[in-house]
Design a protein around this ligand. Structure first.
Ligand code: ZN
Length: 345
């Protein structure tokens, strides 16, 4: 035999569905326990029943009088816990201490960016005939001197065909430029230029966030790490700390991405005292241009504690329209092409 449903309901109501030992409100994670074990002659009565959470139940279950190690929950200790908690409930003085509570929040500062800018480039096709009317040789003569970098592209324009290719940007396509921002989420790219040294280009299509982990509970957090998962992003990463192309420093990162969306935050110092906070390295991520919300799920694992939560971040993207004209023999055979590009400065 075990406790009747009547007794289970009664003890549950008397204890207001809180654990009688640790006073935590545990919802469904509660059990009715025998104060005096059945093997010791304990009965299935309300008198002998106590409501416990799974953790405290485990502690009570491990009690052996012959092995009084630590402060185990003996039947008489359980009885005292029960009586004092039922008294607190009766007097309506329930005040549950928050032992463990951690928050991972988003901090808004000048290094934050949640308003990515994208370029929507529409290629429209026009008839080559329109160009035939133009005296292209005189146009080229009147062009301002090309910058050093462009001279290297060497667009030799000796014929009308060359001129068309030049206008259509074929000479640039032939050079096979690699977009350094393709398939990654870094906001800045450093490169080497033979005239200007290390140069920097920044990508406005990338979002940047700073996250802060705070210990709001009454206990010290030890040996912790936080797993992070980004949803609704194309890819995410820790922002590269190198400041130029020739910066050969090996920087340490406390956030490490295992793939495009999953990371782990491992702090340098594995203790976080009450009320203190710790900053995660800055994270960058790329979204599709039409995304207006992303989700971050975090799972903190610490010694004797874990907590899993998620939150959403609003994204406000801007799309700038640009037009690209290409001249072809029969424009009626072509549909306008639309592509989304990064806005790079
Ligand atoms: Zn408990």
């Amino acid at each position: 035999m075990s406790f009747s449903n009547q007794i289970k309901e009664d003890i549950s109501a008397l204890a207001a569905r809180h654990c009688c030992v640790c006073h935590q409100h545990k919802g469904n994670n509660l059990e009715v326990h025998h104060i005096e074990a059945k093997a010791q002659g304990g009965e299935d009565t309300l008198e002998n029943a106590i409501l416990l959470c799974f953790d405290c139940h485990a502690d009570a279950g491990h009690y052996f009088a012959g092995h009084p190690k630590g402060l185990k929950l003996s039947p008489s200790a359980l009885k005292k816990h029960k009586n004092s908690w039922l008294e607190i409930v009766k007097e309506n003085k329930i005040n549950i201490p928050v032992l463990q509570d951690v928050s991972l929040s988003f901090s808004h500062n000048e290094r934050t960016r949640l308003n990515p800018v994208f370029i929507r480039k529409t290629t429209i096709y026009k008839d080559i005939k329109e160009l035939r009317k133009i005296d292209y040789k005189s146009i080229l003569k009147d062009l301002p001197p090309t910058p050093l970098q462009v001279q290297f592209l060497d667009p030799k324009v000796d014929s009308f065909e060359d001129f068309i290719n030049f206008i259509n940007g074929e000479h640039i396509k032939k050079l096979n430029f690699q977009n350094p921002f393709e398939n990654n989420s870094q906001p800045v790219h450093h490169s080497m230029d033979m005239y200007f040294g290390s140069t920097k280009s920044s990508n406005e299509s990338i979002c940047l966030i700073n996250l802060i982990l705070r210990n709001n509970g009454l206990k010290v957090l030890e040996d912790f790490k936080v797993y992070l998962k980004f949803e609704n992003v194309v890819c995410a990463d820790t922002v590269n700390k190198n400041t130029s192309y020739i910066d050969f420093e090996k920087y340490d990162y406390n956030v490490i991405f295992n793939n495009k969306t999953d990371a782990v935050f491992i702090p340098d110092y594995k203790v976080l005292v009450q009320k203190d906070f710790i900053e995660l390295d800055q994270i960058c991520f790329r979204t599709e241009e039409n995304v207006n919300e992303i989700k971050i799920t975090w799972h903190l694992l610490a010694r004797d504690y874990d907590q899993k939560e998620s939150f959403n971040l609003k994204i406000h993207s801007t799309i700038v329209d640009e037009e690209d004209v290409k001249y072809v023999e029969s424009p009626e055979d072509y549909e306008p092409e639309i592509i989304i590009l990064d806005k790079v400065n």
